[in-house]
Ligand binder design. Sequence first.
Ligand SMILES: [Zn+2]
Ligand SMILES: [Zn+2]
Length: 120
Amino acid sequence: MPQKPKTPCRYPGCSALCEEAYCDKHRQQVNHEYNTQQRDKAASSFYASARWRSLRKQKLARNPLCEECARQNRLTPATMVDHIIPIKQGGQALDMENLQSLCWSCHSAKSILEGSRFGR
Ligand SMILES: [Zn+2]
Ligand SMILES: [Zn+2]
């Protein structure tokens, strides 16, 4: 069996010689990035869907104030609807019980928290 010629890894800055397009390390990384992008794409098409937009409107009509701020006795108008259990962690996307109204600052605080706990 002739050996396959080895070529440098295609990952920018990596010069490891490998038989595939990427070395072992970067093959995993590239796959991971690809999967993450696909997931983000799926999530953003969900947020653009008519079902989500109407549910979101109902939720804001029911809870027009930020629920997180309300727990701290602050009255802040909610500007977004958040999934209490994120969809990517198996939360129900279209279940009113899994939604909470949040203001922008509470939402970004939550996203940062989730990012650090469940991100890469
Ligand atoms: Zn590499
Ligand atoms: Zn808030």
